[in-house]
Design a protein around this ligand. Structure first.
Ligand SMILES: [Zn+2]
Length: 239
């Protein structure tokens, strides 16, 4: 792909997201159609990234203390039937021990969840994040790893011994392997360091891999943060 084609692709992306400048010669479908299809949700529960992060962390503190206040899931069901306005996007692991809404004591409709074993970015995950940023106007992305992550453990094992799991599981290992390799030989625990490195790598990569995210971040409309969930305590720590 040459430089001009790349430039055009980026421009068309931004235009579709309503984030670019005038459409000019690139008469492409507007994001308005997608937004219309998404419906109209209730107002977001947090006005901006700062308020959103504070809300998530307060919810996690309630979860850790064992005093959740999240109302029954049925309460907002009707209000959400015609649209959603999630203030936060959380990219987290598929691990069954990391139930995102529960961890943040949050109701449905507030967190746009993207889950994959090892909580790393792939094209479809980025597409999901872009949808929530451009269409649903989310203002916060949290990339959240967790202690004792099996996917990261497999990547560390791969660096240690070359062992590669079968089937498509190998794809997960290959995606996390750079973080496992980068944290090799550090003073601390290799698995913990690789989990943290994997989160940091994906936080840093997101704006580089997504023009929509980059534009929103640079425009002050979006913040991307890393976090670590501790399975034993239930506590989320920002990285
Ligand atoms: Zn995991």
């Amino acid at each position: 792909m040459d430089r001009e084609t790349l430039r055009c692709d980026r421009q068309s992306f931004l235009e579709r997201a309503g984030l670019g400048i005038a459409a000019g010669a690139f008469a492409l479908p507007s994001i308005a159609g997608i937004a219309e299809a998404a419906g109209v949700g209730p107002p977001p529960m947090a006005a901006d990234a700062k308020a959103g992060l504070a809300r998530l962390m307060a919810g996690n503190a309630r979860f850790v203390a064992g005093h959740p206040i999240c109302p029954p899931l049925t309460q907002r069901r009707a209000a959400l039937a015609h649209g959603q306005s999630p203030y936060a996007i959380v990219l987290s692991c598929s691990d069954s021990r990391v139930p995102v809404e529960t961890v943040f004591d949050e109701e449905p409709g507030n967190i746009f969840g993207v889950r994959i074993a090892g909580n790393f970015l792939d094209d479809n995950g980025i597409g999901s994040i872009e949808y929530s940023v451009a269409v649903l106007k989310s203002t916060l992305v949290v990339v959240m790893g967790h202690s004792e992550c099996g996917a990261v453990k497999a990547a560390v094992e791969n660096v240690k011994s070359g062992a590669m799991p079968p089937g498509h599981i190998a794809g997960l290992v290959r995606a996390i392997e750079p973080a496992a390799r980068a944290s090799k030989g550090h003073a601390g625990d290799w698995l913990h360091d690789a989990i943290v490195q994997n989160v940091r790598d994906n936080v840093a990569a997101l704006p580089h891999r997504s023009a929509i995210v980059a534009e929103a971040v640079h425009g002050g409309k979006l913040r991307v943060v890393g976090a670590l969930y501790d399975l034993a305590s239930g506590r989320v720590a920002l990285l």
